[in-house]
Design a binder for this molecule. Sequence first.
Ligand code: SF4
Ligand code: SF4
Length: 443
Amino acid sequence: MQTNFSLAQLADPHVAESEKILRKCVHCGFCTATCPTYVTLGNELDSPRGRIYLIKDMLENGRPADKEIVTHIDRCLSCLACMTTCPSGVNYMHLVDHARAHIEETYKRPLPDRLTRAMLAFVLPYPARFRAALKLAKLGRPFAGLFEKVPALKPLGAMLKLAPASIPAASPMASPGIHAGQGARKIGRVAILTGCAQSVLDPSINDTTIALLTRLGVEVVVPEGEGCCGALVHHMGREDAALASARRNVDAWMRAIDQGGLDAIVITASGCGTTIKDYGFMLRLDPAYAEKAARVSALAKDVTEYLASLDLPEPVRTPGTIVAYHSACSMQHGQKITRQPKELLAKAGFVVREPREGHLCCGSAGTYNILQSGISAQLRDRKVRNIEATGAEIVATGNIGCITQIASAAKMPVVHTVKLLDWAYGGPRPQGVREDRTVVAAE
Ligand code: SF4
Ligand code: SF4
């Protein structure tokens, strides 16, 4: 695509980066076929190609964002299916991240929208605040339907509907410290991201990961000082807050590296994994952090990616359960991890089925199911129909957002992939999963 930026505009490294991306797009439109919002709404401006044109026009003319561009960029899930499809290697992720930051700087949203976004940014990245908010949400839950009828309160209604009926207790395993590997042979040393929302909604995901890894002989460090990866605010265009989270985590993991080395930084929420693998890019212009951030990004591994790199023993039991594997967008499009989770599940004795339209987002997408609840619900229902058509007994996936979203409509249990793997390798049976077919290996 031809671009017309002035030399003065290109002196801004963010504009220069976006110009490089824009020039790669050849307008072919292949990406439209796999874009969930284009498939759902049928509007070119809600396709990747349409959004790329809107962003180009805004940046080239040095214009502040307007209502039209905000509408169509807000509808983008950042699912990155377009990046998987694009034959020209257009980095839509970095382009839309830049556009969101530009929107945040130049556009004044209506007051209810500003308040909702400020509240999400204030609460979600902080486990103590999120836990308190979920307790309050229990009281407001009966009014969710009522709030959803008032346009300005729709996000609040969506939030209340998503809030779980019970909130698990915080896990002591998430406190900073070291979990020693079991057995005579230590096969690795990793840090684990405790994160934010997941540690409140389902702390047992990380507990299970620590239990499985230590049973296999891996030492797991929970570093002091780590926190939210920054993805939630990053996707709202709040760059300063996102970069502050990134720097804090880089510092925490560099200390862990200095104190005994790390083979990997294990992440159990693929949404966070995509962002942490991008820290090197996000902090590239900060001389104090660029090199350290690139090192951290190179060490970041989804838990299935790390497990697949180990020489795993034979499973203790072969469950034989039929599992529908839902690949989160951040897993398959953001991190290009497609093979490992399914291969690990099959090796552990599960029968893995893949739902149709597996490339389409379930509509969770961070805060999307709160801010764009209508489109999100359509995508969720489409996803659940495809999952149920597999005839599977359980859904496995590697992202807490997808777990919450799919579980809000599916009749079968939705569990994190690592819980099924832990079960097969000697851990407890995940909640909601039947024992029936389990064959326990002879001692
Ligand atoms: S990130 Fe997803 S929703 Fe956004 S343009 Fe690309 S395919 Fe469409
Ligand atoms: S597939 Fe790639 S090159 Fe083609 S229109 Fe979409 S972003 Fe542009």
